[in-house]
Design a protein. Structure first.
Lengths: 346, 539, 166
C-alpha cells in the first residue's frame, strides 16, 4: 500500500536518526571522560551538556518513530563500530564523509565534532570516502528537515490520525527528567513532531532555516560550543557566526587529558586482566542500558529509569578507571579506554 | 594568598553561605572543612541495597566507616559520649559526620517558624526573644525555599506571600480519613512543604536544575538527587569550575579556633586524618557551621588567655540552654480499611499546625503529622513470613494500625547543655557530654496532646488510642547552644550571628536559634545562612 | 539399627562459609534459575501473569547485589542448590512453596542453607518484586515504596490522592 510504503520510508529515516544520535554519544562521552577530574571544568561541562542533548535528540527521534507506529531498534546491529564512517549525501552530488573516533579531547577530535554538528548555513566543506552510515542530507539539519517534509506531506495526504497512530504512552515524557536545555516532547500530531525536529536542529546547529532567522542563543548550539573550545575563545555577543569567536580567551589544559589509545577494542586488552575486566563490565553495562532503552520504547517505559540511572551512572567510574590505566607494552605508553562494544548478557 | 573565609562544616548552612559569597565574588578565597568523609550519592546499587535491606550507606556497618555517633556506652559495648540528667537524648544517628552534613539523611520537611516564635519571652515569659523578627527573615525564607527546592502550596493560609518553586504534593488517599476528622473537629491542616525538586515551571536550563522527585518513596537515599542534599549541591559548585579559590577539605577535624587578640580570631587548628598531622590555617574570618552540638563545643574548647572558658563564654552561656524536639508516636486501630489504604510514599504529605499557634505557645506548641508508615502495612514483611495472599489482604482491610506523630516545643533551661569530654571518638573529635532534663510540665503536656490525638482518632473511627512507643528526643534537632541575643548577657551571638565580643567569628547553625519552635529547623537554618551570606557580602 | 537413621536434608545442614572454588560466575543457566524463583513469587502471591517486563531490571538487580557484596555470588549459588534439592524432594511447585513459606527458614540468625536462601535471596527478590509493580496485587494501585511512580505533574499524580474515589 502506498501509505505503508511512504510510512516505512519515514520509519527507516527515523531509525537512522536514532542510530546517528547514538553514534555521536560514545565519542562525546570518551572525550569527556578523558578530561581529568576537576580540571578543564568549563570544557567538560560543555561536552556533558552537548552529550545530554544528543541523548535528548535520540529520545525525540524515538518518540517520533513510536508516535507514527514504528518500533525502535537498539540492538547489536544498530550500534556503530569505531572508527565509524559518517556519510552525508547532499544535493547536487555534493557528499561529506569522515571518520568519527573514540578518542581523548584533542584539536583533531574537536575538528571531527565540528564536522558532525556543522550547520547547514556554514557548509562548504569537501571530503572523501565510503560508507557505514549514510545520511540523506548534507548536514544533520538537512536530514531532519527532510524527515519533517516527509511527515508533513504524508499528513496532508492521509491525515493526522493515520500517521500518528502509535502508542503514545510508550514515549518518553517530561516526567523522565532531562538535565539539558529543552523539554522532552511527546509527539501526538504533526505540530508536536515539527516542534521536536526543530528543537533537535536548533540545539545542534543553531538555526532551522537560514542565517537570517536564528534565535538569540545561536551560540549555545553544539557547533558553536565546540568551536569555542577549539579556538579556546568565547563568542562575543555580536560575532559573525561565519568567523571564529573573538570574545574572552580561556585556556585548555591539554596536559590534564588522559593519554588514551584511540578506538580501543576489547582485543586490545585480552592479555591484561585489569583493563579487560573493566572493559567487559563497561560494555556489559552499556549493553544493558541499550537493551533497556529499546525495551522502554517498545512497550515497557518503566525500565527507562533503570536504564538511565543505573547505566549512565555506572559507566563513568569504569571509564575513568580504564583511562587511568596504562596498556601493558604499549609503544606510546597510552592508556586504556572503553570500547563501547556489544556484550552478550551473562 | 590569604584565605578570606574558613567555613567549618559542609552541611546546608555552610553550603548556603559559600554559595552566596561565591556568587558575589567568584574569586573569593574560601576554605570549607569537613570532619567526615564523602559518601557515594545517587548510586543505583546503593539505592537498591537500601530498598531491600533498609540500610543506608551511612548507617553504622562497622565502627570504621560509620558516619554517626555510636550509642552511649553500655555494659557490653564501648560506645561513645555521655548522657546525664533525667532524659536521655540519643546522639546515635542524629548528626552525620559527612560531606553534605545531616542533609544526607534528612526527611526534607521544610517549615517556616511563625511570627510568634520570634517573641517567645514576650509572649510566655520563658527563654528569650529572637533579636530579629519574622519579617526580617521572611525574604530569606523565600530564598531558602528556592535554594533547597521546596514543593509546597502557595495557597497555604499559614503564611502570606508564599511562592514555592514547585507545586505541592497533593494529599494522599491515606490522608483522607485524617482530613475528614480535622474538618469535623475544626482543626486546621495543610500540605507539608517538602524539599523535593518538582517539575520546573520553565524548560530553560538553570544551573540548579535538578531531577524532579519520582515518588519512589526511598527518600533517605534518593537515587535521583531530588531530595535536597548539600553534598550534591557542593559537587555542583565545584563542577562549575567558576570558583578557582574555593576549596573543600574532608577528613579535617577542627580542634579549636585561634585568637590573635580578645576580639579577633586569626585562624583554626585542625587535625588532618589523611596525613595524621595537625595543621594551622589563618584567615580573615571564620564561620562555624558544624551543627548545634559541635559548634558550641568548638567554642568551648578554644581556650586562651583572653578567653579562659572558651571563646564567647565569659558569661558561661556557650553550650547552654540546649533544647531539642521530643517526637511522639500515637497509634490506634481502624476496624475497617475497605479502601485498602497503605503507605504509598516515603514522605508525609499532611501536617496540622493548628496547635502550633500563639494560643498554644505558653503551654508548648506542637504539630501533628500523618506519618509515612501509616496505616501500618508492610507487604514485604508479610510475604517474607510466608503469609498467603488472602491472609495478607485480610490483614490490610481490617484492624489496621493507624498512627499520628508529631513534635512539641520545649523550653530552654540553663542547665541543659553540651560539653566537651576529654575522650576522643573515632573521628578524633572530643566526645560529647550532654546534660538534659525534661521539664516537670512535660508529662502533663503529653497527656494533653494524647487527648487531642484520641479525639482525632475517634472521629476517624479508630479505637484504643495509645502511645505506640516512648517519645524520642531528637538529637538532630538540638538547638540554642550558642543562641542569638541583643546583649551578651543572655546569648552568645548577635543578630548577625557574630559571636559577641569578637569581630570576625560567626556561628551559623541550629545552635544560634534563640528558640526552636515546634518545627524542623532546617529551613530556618538555611534562611539564616543565606542572610549571613548577604550580610557578609555587604561588609 | 538403620531404621533409626534419619536422613538429614542438606538444606537443614549448617551453612559454612562457601569455599571459593565452589563459586562460579553467574552464567546464563544460573540466571534463568534465579529468574524462575522470582517468577514463583508472582505465581504464589500474584495473578500468575507474565512478568517478563521485570526481567531486565531483575538482571540489573543481581549484578548490583554482587557488586555491593561479592558474597552474593555464593548466596545465589546456594539458593540454586537449595532449590534443586527441594525440587528433587518435593517436585517443582512445592519446592518453591517450601522455600517461600516454611517457618524453619525464618530462624535468626540464618544458620541453615535453606534459611540463607530465604532470607538473603528470596526475601530480597520479594522486595524487588513489590517495587517493580507486584504491590498492585494488594490493593495499592498506583504507588509503593521503591516503585518509580513518576513525577508529580499537573496532569497526572503518581499516587492515589484523597480526591480519588476508588
Amino acid at each position: 500500500m502506498e501509505f505503508e510504503k511512504k510510512l516505512n520510508a519515514i520509519h527507516e529515516k527515523l531509525q537512522k536518526a536514532i542510530e546517528l544520535e547514538l553514534t555521536t554519544i560514545p565519542p562525546y562521552l570518551t572525550a569527556m571522560y578523558s578530561i581529568k577530574k576537576d580540571t578543564n571544568n568549563k570544557v567538560s561541562n560543555v561536552i556533558r551538556s552537548v552529550f545530554m542533548e544528543e541523548m535528548l535528540h535520540m529520545v525525540l527521534a524515538a518518540n517520533l518513530l513510536i508516535s507514527s507506529g514504528g518500533k525502535v531498534k537498539l540492538g547489536i546491529d544498530n550500534i556503530p563500530n569505531y572508527p565509524c564512517r559518517l556519510m552525508f549525501k547532499g544535493k547536487e552530488f555534493r557528499d561529506r564523509e569522515f571518520d568519527i573516533n573514540l578518542g581523548a579531547l584533542s584539536k583533531e577530535n574537536l575538528e571531527i565534532f565540528l564536522k558532525i554538528e556543522l550547520p547547514d548555513f556554514l557548509s562548504d566543506l569537501k571530503l572523501l570516502e565510503i560508507k557505514k552510515i549514510i545520511i540523506p542530507g548534507y548536514t544533520i539539519g538537512e536530514f531532519y528537515n527532510g524527515i519533517k517534509e516527509d511527515l508533513t506531506k504524508l499528513v496532508e495526504e492521509f491525515g493526522i490520525e493515520k500517521v500518528f497512530a502509535g502508542k503514545h504512552e510508550n514515549q518518553l515524557s517530561e516526567d523522565y527528567f532531562w538535565k539539558a536545555r529543552g523539554k522532552i516532547e511527546v509527539v501526538k500530531n504533526l505540530e508536536d513532531a515539527i516542534k521536536a525536529i526543530d528543537l533537535i536542529v536548533e540545539q545542534g546547529e543553531g538555526a532551522t532555516v537560514s542565517l537570517d532567522k536564528f534565535s538569540n542563543d545561536l551560540f549555545e548550539a553544539h557547533y558553536f560550543k565546540f568551536n569555542e573550545i577549539y579556538h579556546e575563545r568565547s563568542y562575543a555577543v555580536d560575532d559573525d557566526p561565519r568567523n571564529p569567536p573573538t570574545g574572552e580567551k580561556f585556556s585548555i589544559d591539554y596536559e590534564n587529558i588522559y593519554p588514551i589509545k584511540t578506538n580501543c577494542k576489547s582485543s586490545d586488552f585480552s592479555e591484561q586482566p585489569d583493563l579487560k575486566n573493566l572493559n567487559d563490565r563497561f560494555n556489559y553495562n552499556y549493553t544493558i542500558m541499550l537493551n533497556q532503552l529499546e525495551e522502554g520504547f517498545n512497550g515497557n517505559p518503566k525500565v527507562f529509569y533503570t536504564a538511565i540511572m543505573n547505566g549512565m551512572h555506572n559507566l563513568s567510574p569504569l571509564a575513568v578507571a580504564m583511562m587511568q590505566t596504562p596498556i601493558n607494552g604499549d609503544p606510546q605508553n597510552r592508556h586504556g579506554a572503553p570500547s563501547f562494544e556489544w556484550q552478550k548478557i551473562n | 594568598m590569604n584565605i578570606d573565609t574558613i567555613i567549618i562544616g559542609t552541611g546546608v548552612a555552610g553550603t548556603a553561605i559559600a554559595t552566596k559569597l561565591l556568587e558575589s565574588n567568584p574569586t573569593s578565597n574560601i576554605l570549607m572543612l569537613e570532619a567526615g568523609d564523602k559518601q557515594t550519592m545517587r548510586d543505583f546499587s546503593l539505592f537498591q541495597n537500601f530498598l531491600v535491606t533498609n540500610k543506608l550507606p551511612n548507617d553504622s556497618n562497622t565502627i570504621y566507616d560509620a558516619f554517626c555517633d555510636l550509642d552511649y556506652p553500655k555494659q557490653e559495648t564501648i560506645g561513645e559520649n555521655q548522657s546525664n540528667g533525667n532524659t536521655q537524648i540519643p546522639l546515635q544517628g542524629g548528626r552525620l559526620f559527612m560531606y553534605g552534613g545531616s542533609t544526607g539523611h534528612w526527611g526534607g520537611w521544610s517549615f517556616r517558624l511563625k511570627p510568634e516564635d520570634f517573641k517567645l519571652k514576650t509572649n510566655t515569659g520563658k527563654g528569650i526573644d529572637w533579636p530579629i523578627d519574622y519579617y526580617d527573615l521572611e525574604p530569606f525564607y523565600l530564598e531558602a525555599e528556592h535554594f533547597i527546592g521546596v514543593s509546597g502550596n502557595n495557597n497555604d493560609p499559614t503564611f502570606d506571600n508564599l511562592q514555592y518553586p514547585y507545586n505541592e504534593f497533593p494529599f494522599t488517599i491515606e490522608d483522607g480519613p485524617y482530613i475528614d476528622a480535622f474538618k469535623k473537629l475544626g482543626i486546621n491542616h495543610s500540605n507539608l512543604p517538602i524539599a523535593r525538586y518538582g517539575l520546573p515551571k520553565t524548560a530553560i536550563i538553570n544551573e540548579q536544575f535538578h531531577a524532579p522527585c519520582q515518588t519512589t518513596g526511598t527518600c533517605k537515599y534518593c537515587p535521583f538527587g531530588s531530595r535536597y542534599v548539600a553534598a550534591n549541591n557542593l559537587d555542583e559548585l565545584i563542577q562549575k569550575g567558576s570558583y578557582p579559590n574555593f576549596k573543600i577539605i574532608t577528613n579535617a577535624v577542627v580542634k579549636e579556633v585561634l585568637m590573635e587578640s580578645k576580639n579577633k580570631a586569626s585562624g583554626i587548628i585542625y587535625y588532618d586524618k589523611n596525613s595524621n598531622k595537625e595543621v594551622k590555617i589563618y584567615s580573615n574570618k571564620i564561620i562555624l557551621a558544624a551543627g548545634a552540638i559541635e559548634s558550641a563545643k568548638i567554642l568551648l574548647r578554644s581556650e586562651s588567655e583572653n578567653w579562659k572558658d572558651g571563646i564567647g563564654n565569659d558569661k558561661g552561656l556557650v553550650g547552654r540552654n540546649l533544647v531539642s524536639h521530643p517526637y511522639f508516636f500515637f497509634k490506634a486501630t481502624l476496624p475497617k480499611n475497605e479502601k485498602m489504604l497503605q503507605p504509598q510514599m516515603g514522605f508525609p504529605t499532611l501536617v496540622s499546625r493548628h496547635y502550633d499557634s500563639a494560643e498554644e505557645q505558653w503551654d508548648g506548641k506542637f504539630i501533628l503529622i500523618n506519618p509515612v508508615s501509616s496505616p501500618k502495612v508492610n507487604l514485604a514483611k508479610s510475604m517474607s513470613k510466608g503469609m498467603k495472599k488472602d491472609e495478607i489482604i485480610n490483614s490490610i482491610n481490617q484492624n489496621v494500625t493507624v498512627q499520628i506523630q508529631g513534635m512539641l516545643e520545649v523550653f530552654s533551661h540553663r542547665d541543659n547543655r553540651v560539653l566537651n569530654s576529654d575522650k576522643r571518638n573515632r573521628f578524633g573529635l572530643n566526645e560529647t557530654i550532654i546534660n538534659f532534663s525534661k521539664d516537670e510540665n512535660f508529662d502533663n503536656r503529653m497527656n494533653y496532646i494524647q487527648s487531642v490525638v484520641a479525639k482525632i482518632f475517634e472521629e476517624m473511627g479508630a479505637k484504643n488510642t495509645t502511645m505506640e512507643m516512648s517519645t524520642s528526643w531528637r538529637a538532630d534537632h538540638a538547638a540554642c547552644t550558642t543562641r542569638m541575643s541583643d546583649s551578651p548577657n543572655n546569648g552568645v551571638v548577635d543578630k548577625n550571628l557574630r559571636v559577641h565580643g569578637v569581630d570576625n567569628l560567626y556561628v551559623c547553625s541550629n545552635s544560634s536559634f534563640s528558640s526552636l519552635g515546634a518545627v524542623n529547623p532546617t529551613l530556618t537554618l538555611t534562611a539564616l545562612a543565606l542572610r549571613l551570606g548577604s550580610y557578609l557580602n555587604k561588609q | 539399627m538403620y531404621k533409626n537413621l534419619i536422613f538429614m536434608a542438606k538444606y537443614n545442614i549448617d551453612a559454612k562459609y562457601m569455599v571459593a572454588n565452589s563459586l562460579n560466575e553467574l552464567n546464563e543457566d544460573a540466571i534463568e534459575k534465579l529468574w524462575k524463583l522470582f517468577q514463583s513469587i508472582e505465581k504464589f502471591w500474584g495473578n500468575d501473569e507474565n512478568i517478563d517486563r521485570m526481567k531486565s531490571n531483575f538482571i540489573v538487580f543481581l549484578s548490583n547485589r554482587i557488586e555491593i557484596d561479592y558474597n552474593y555470588l555464593a548466596e545465589y549459588s546456594n539458593a540454586i542448590n537449595v532449590i534443586e534439592e527441594l525440587t528433587n524432594e518435593l517436585g517443582d511447585k512445592d519446592a518453591y512453596i517450601k522455600l517461600l513459606t516454611d517457618p524453619s527458614a525464618n530462624i535468626s540468625p540464618p544458620t541453615t542453607r535453606l534459611a540463607r536462601a530465604r532470607q538473603l535471596v528470596s526475601n530480597e527478590f520479594i522486595s524487588l518484586y513489590l517495587s517493580l509493580g507486584g504491590f498492585k496485587h494488594f490493593g495499592s494501585k498506583l504507588n509503593y515504596q521503591g516503585y518509580f511512580g513518576g513525577a508529580n505533574t499537573e496532569k497526572v499524580i503518581p499516587y492515589r490522592t484523597n480526591k480519588d474515589i476508588k
